[in-house]
Design a protein around this ligand. Structure first.
Ligand code: GDP
Length: 394
């Protein structure tokens, strides 16, 4: 896909949305959503790599409302250039070191990308384009060692990983800029969200891919390669990433989706002498960060069972809760080709130095205020992911 330098692009007319991390799952779904459901133009920022990873953008090749630019979130010059040349009306930041497990190995890089760079975005917007609305990707990992369930917007930040800590720091600085300068800057708490575009290192994609391979082995009588996993008891609140980007757009346009919010500029009584003070007040009091979640929890084991069910395979969990736990093949389209019937085994290398055992959201506020609701449930999500992997086998 054609990629330009920021200074070489022509700013489109009308509303322009700049999306970072556009080659990833959330960024690419955000672009699809905006092109399908709104009439804005989108500029996507992607980091330059020797070998391109534009697979999630290929379908946009001939899309006239989409342009791709070289962009690096950890280079503040890059951020300033975007604000200067693209003059975005919305800046949606999905670029991140997004894999929790790697955040222990690359703690500093995680911090720079997920926290420091967010401060750079806020500062650049404040200085050069204060009317630009900013969204930063927040995470349920900020809740970490949870103190109650389900977690809502009032749950304290108790992160358990450098990733969670970095997102929590970013949330604080986003709020500080909103309240100090009246920037329309928000950061949702998005619980885990998945789909066929999810990175292969995340557990859902890994299981979906593994289940499809097991199905292929069973059908074609090849040796089965068990899926190696870590903590099978962790509980997560999984949603479809496509539903989540709708929540992001609603958070960025709260006065449109929430009738209770009155825009002071449209108010007759609006005190023009205190314009700036009123604007800051309005933003601080009425514009909110929201939890976005399915409000259900499922264990990693349940995800495995559901994924295999789509392949008509059933297994029995043995030595449950131990590091020797495994899933034994009990039935499927064929008898197994060998006596080796393990479908899943535990590999301690996939355990984390500190685990978030349980995440389940309470998204009642965004549902009530902004009318958000998910379209895809847990079973449909697993099916979508496994079906996509099965298609790639052929
Ligand atoms: P996260 O919630 O953002 O960390 O998303 P992940 O998909 O990476 O992990 C979700 C949960 O699955 C965590 O509690 C992990 O400890 C657990 N898990 C168990 N086995 C694995 C594995 O092999 N890979 C990953 N990524 N996570 C695993």
């Amino acid at each position: 896909m054609k990629i330009n330098n920021i200074q070489d692009i022509k700013r489109p007319d009308g509303i322009v949305v700049f999306v970072t991390g556009v080659t990833g799952q959330d960024g690419s779904h955000m672009v699809d959503y905006l092109l399908r459901d709104t009439n804005v133009s989108v500029v996507g920022g992607a980091r330059r790599l020797s070998v391109e990873n534009h697979i999630n953008l290929r379908h946009l090749e001939n899309e006239s409302r989409f342009q791709l630019v070289n962009f690096d979130l950890t280079d503040s010059h890059s951020i300033y250039k975007v604000i200067e040349y693209v003059k975005p009306d919305y800046f949606i930041n999905f670029a991140a070191q997004s894999f929790v497990a790697s955040s222990w190995d690359f703690a500093r890089q995680t911090w720079e990308c997920n926290s420091t760079a967010v401060l750079d975005c806020l500062e650049a917007i404040k200085r050069l384009r204060p009317t630009c609305r900013f969204y930063n990707a927040g995470s349920s990992e900020e809740f970490g060692n949870v103190s109650y369930e389900p977690q809502d917007e009032n749950h304290p930040a108790r992160p358990r990983s450098p990733y969670g800590a970095s997102k929590s720091a970013a949330r604080t600085i986003v709020k500080v800029y909103r309240e100090s300068y009246g920037l329309y800057a928000v950061q949702g708490w998005l619980f885990n969200h998945e789909g066929p575009r999810r990175g292969e290192e995340f557990v859902t994609r890994k299981i979906a891919k593994g289940a499809a391979k097991i199905f292929d082995s069973v059908v074609n009588q090849k040796p089965v390669v068990p899926i190696e996993l870590g903590n099978l008891s962790a509980l997560r609140d999984w949603s479809d990433a496509e539903d989540m980007v709708d929540g992001v757009w609603r958070m960025l346009n709260q006065e449109i989706y929430n009738e209770k919010i009155k825009n002071p500029y449209e108010n007759d009584d609006f005190d023009s002498e205190n314009l700036e003070k009123n604007r800051i007040n309005w933003l601080s009091k009425q514009i909110k960060d929201y939890v976005v979640s399915s409000d259900e929890k499922h264990s990693i084991r349940e995800f495995v069972d559901e994924a295999l069910k789509i392949c008509s395979i059933k297994g029995d969990w043995c030595d449950k809760g131990t590091q020797n736990e495994y899933l034994w093949y009990s039935s499927g389209p064929n008898p197994l080709p060998s006596n080796e019937c393990k479908l899943v085994v535990v590999n301690p290398k996939f355990y984390r130095p500190a685990e978030v055992e349980i995440l389940r959201g309470n998204s009642s506020k965004i549902r009530a205020d902004l009318g958000w609701k998910p379209k895809t449930n847990f079973s449909e999500l697993v099916e979508k992911m496994v079906e996509s992997e099965l298609k790639q086998l052929t």
